[in-house]
Ligand binder design. Structure first.
Ligand SMILES: [Zn+2]
Length: 306
């Protein structure tokens, strides 16, 4: 079935038609006539149709890629610039095609031609799923399960993406995904110093202690531990909680791991009330003693408060 909107008659006339019918004030009104692409659609449930609107071409290209990988087809972008993207099926004889470009009528990108369905056969191995695509799929999983193995990744692709990925592809994709996760978490650690400074500026009388390792001045500092105690929480504890503090330590998920130490009380509604937390490499006599010293410094000794 070939579906084509009136606007798709070559690039030049398409722009002319758009200009003739465009009206700046009606953009939003016109938009309501067409379906908008659902960016939250889960993999395997992506819907594409003629006149569908996209906020930009990056979202469109990702949608076309995910859509085809999900149905086991391989396509190529035959036109791909800032204003328009056209994709066609790679199989000879299959007429599947999709075209999306800027529309002056609705002031956004719109699918102006859609020829479907694919008449080619579904492939078992999907060549469209390249290293970059595979790695992007794994990033969130790796953040949640940093110990994910190559076998876990293979099973995950089979179960959640419906594709078989060779060992070598898995190996390369995992390597890239780990690099992405490690890199973004590393960047977050680099911002901790500024984050603490900002917390101090906005929360007078609170304590934010960041300790770093730096064996020699030539080496860049690396994270050791972080203590956070808001003065507002201390005041709340003193004013409305029973003078009993519970201590707990739990493991942190994530690439760099670590443990979270916390001091909690109970408020008058019998709910947990957090007084202070710390992030440390691991629980030990040293880290607990450091945490408690900081905590007592903030809430005061028992004898001071009665
Ligand atoms: Zn096809």
């Amino acid at each position: 079935m070939v579906i084509s909107s009136d606007e798709e008659e070559g690039y030049i006339s398409e722009e002319l038609v758009d200009e003739c019918i465009s009206d700046d004030d009606k953009g939003e009104e016109e938009k309501a006539k067409y379906p908008e692409f659902d960016e939250k659609a889960i993999f395997g449930d992506i819907q594409l149709q003629l006149n569908m609107l996209f906020p930009n071409l990056t979202v469109f290209k990702k949608a076309v890629t995910d859509y085809n990988i999900a149905i086991g087809r391989v396509f190529k972008f035959v036109k791909n610039d800032n204003e328009r993207v056209r994709a066609k099926c790679r199989s000879e004889g299959c007429k599947w095609e999709i075209f999306c470009s800027w529309s002056n009528e609705v002031k956004t990108f719109k699918i102006k031609k859609f020829v479907e369905p694919h008449t080619c056969a579904r492939g078992f191995k999907n060549k469209q799923a390249n290293k970059k695509w595979l790695a992007a799929q794994l990033v969130d999983e790796l953040r949640s399960y940093p110990t994910m193995s190559a076998h876990d990744a293979f099973e995950w692709f089979k179960r959640c993406r419906g594709i078989h990925v060779d060992d070598y592809q898995i190996y390369r994709a995992m390597k890239l995904a780990r690099k992405i996760v490690e890199g973004s978490e590393k960047l977050q650690y680099q911002k901790l110093w500024d984050y603490c400074e900002e917390l101090r500026r906005r929360n007078p009388n609170s304590t934010f202690g960041l300790k770093v390792h730096r064996p020699t001045l030539e080496l860049p500092p690396t994270f050791d531990r972080l203590y956070i105690c808001f003065n507002a929480n201390v005041q709340g504890f003193k004013a409305g909680c029973r003078p009993l503090i519970g201590l707990d330590g739990c493991f942190l998920k994530g690439y760099y791991g670590g443990q979270l130490l916390s001091a909690v009380a109970q408020d008058s509604n019998q709910h947990f009330y957090v007084i202070a937390v710390a992030v440390v490499g691991q629980e030990s006599r040293d880290t607990w003693s450091w945490f408690l010293t900081n905590l007592l410094g903030d809430i005061g000794q028992y004898s001071d408060n009665g």
